[in-house]
Structures are given as C-alpha cells and as structure tokens.
Write a protein that binds this ligand. Sequence first.
Ligand code: GLU
Length: 368
Amino acid sequence: MYLKKSKTIVIKIGSTILIDEKRTVRKKWLAEFAKDIKDLLDQKKNIILVSSGAIALGCKKLNLNKKNLKIDKSQAIASVGQIELMNLFNKIFSSKKINLSQILLTLEDTEQRRRAINAKRTFENLFELGFIPVVNENDSIATTEIKYGDNDRLASRVAQISGADCLVLLSDVDGLYTQNPKLFKNSKLIKEIKNIDTNIEKIATKSISEHGTGGMKTKIEAAKICQLSGCMMVIANGLLERPIKKIIDKNKCTWFLPKVSKLDARKKWIISSVSPKGELIIDDGAINALKKGKSLLAAGIKKVEGKFNKGDHIKILDKNFKEYARGLSSFSSEEINKIQGQHSNKIYELLGYISKSEVVHKDDMVEI
Ligand code: GLU
C-alpha cells in the first residue's frame, strides 16, 4: 500500500472539509483527523499539513461574505483568519500531544531554488524537533499576480521541495470518476492514473462535484507536478471520518503514479537552469569515492573557487580542472576554505559549530 510505504507525507485539507456550508467549523472531524495523524507519527512518518481556511475563518469572524471580496480586503481577512485557523488546529492537536508549527509560503518561496532549499531544511529540522509544519499560502502578502490562489498546487510544490513520497489531497469527493457519479449511475471511480492524457483532462474539467477553490482542474495540475517530482498523489474523500485510515483500509480513492524516481527528479532539478556559483577542485581519492556513489567530504577538497552560500549550485572539478559533477553545497565557500583537506571530525573544531559532515551530499550531486 502506497501510504504505508511513504516516509514523508504531505496532506492538504481544503476549506470545504474544515468548514461546512453553515460556516460551522467541523471540530469533531478535525479531532478524528488528529487521530489519523497520531497513527502516522507512531509509524515514524514525517508529516506536513497544508491547510486552507484562513479567508473562510476570517470571513466568519468578521461576519462577511466570502464571495465578491476585493483582493486587498481578502488579504486583511486572511490575516485575521490565519490566527483563527492555527488556534483551531493547535487546540485540537495539542490535546492529542501533537506539536504544530506554522509556515506561510508565497509563490516565490517555492519557485526559487535557494528559497526552496531553505524551506526544505526548515521542514527537516521541524521533523527532527518532532513538530508538524502547518503550511498555508501567505495570503496577506501575496497579490493576484504572484499568488497560487489554490492550495492544491501549493501542496504539490511543498511535496516536491520537501522530497515527500506522497501527497494526499483531501477533497469533498472520493476521487476522479469516469463520469459525474451524481448524474450517471454506471460511472466508475478511476483507481490509478499513470498518464494524464486528454481524456483525463476532459473528465477533470467536467467534474462538477468538487467545489473547493481549485476544483478538479487544479488537482490535476498538482498531479502533474507530483508525477515529475517522483511523488505519489492521491485524491480522497476528506468529508469522511478518519480519512487517512479510510485510504489505508478501503482504498476508495484515485492514485496518480509518478513518472520518474524521486532521486532522478531531484537531480534533474539540481542541474537545471541556474548557473553554478563556484567550483570545488578535488583530489583523485575523492573522485574515486564519488564514482562509487559516495558523498563529497572535506578531506578530498584541494581548492575552492568563487563565492557561494550554503545550498548554492556548484561545479565539482578534478585536479586537471575537468568538470566531473554538479551539486548543491552544504557549506558556504568561506566555510569550505576553513575545512578543506581536513577530516570530517575536525569540522566542529574548525568552524566552532556542529554541521553536516558531507560538503556535497550524494543525493544533491549529479555526474556530468
Ligand atoms: N489559502 C487560502 C485560505 O487559506 C485558500 C486557498 C484554497 O482554498 O485552495 O483561505
């Protein structure tokens, strides 16, 4: 079962799941959902929640109608509602001894590699600390031109940058049907989709039972991002009690299978577009280690060229300055200048603080 095999799981909750048509917050549902999360944590999984509801809860608090809101007004409303949203989550989850943190992202944070890598580190550190990040778009800052607007695509980017194995989109339908199940009795739930072809796109456009911000269309867009990031994605019914347990037990949902492996996708992302900021010249011993699939350690570095920060894209050259690989540096050029040629157990002494031992991790490196 896909969910069982996943280590890092992103779960997106839409506002229609959290708040009913009468604008009542579905607290009981959220408390049950927290049990699902507790189960996943007990299985040592890393969880990220992406939750909508800032604008809906802001409107509720201010007694305003969500429809026809001007963008600047909705930005202020989101600022009021986001705190309501987090209070709600915190109250319910802390009663189950689940620690939460908050991350508000803008489109740029996920599209720019430097910021995305930084966000990835923050996620990893939160997992280590035993906290679940609750992510939403930074609606109070993002304007129309620089906005996702829907949390489906935001969630898929979060899944991509966090290196998640699976994205769960909790929707108000079971998944994607061959035809609208409310109108056609013989319509069938599509269990697995490998290829998003024109037929699937057509079905998604016609699907009218989903009435979240994005509808089925943005879920398909999210699926495309996941497929190219090596991440599984599932659309499942979030209106049910214990929705995650239901996916595991009943599997009445639509799965989108990835097209590439997670590692290949990440490596491709590493070497695409942005030009390298610096170079590391390494000795033969290090080249041999890299050939065996090992990470680059400080001991094998002979020289650093250029000025770069932690997380920057760099070239790795052999002693004859021939390019061997590209990768993301886990240290700044300044730091590498201090630790080059040294054994990893000296890093703490040389820098004065604890850090990673690999200068370029094997998963962050691509041979040329
Ligand atoms: N970020 C918006 C909110 O929290 C919702 C976006 C969506 O519904 O997908 O209100």
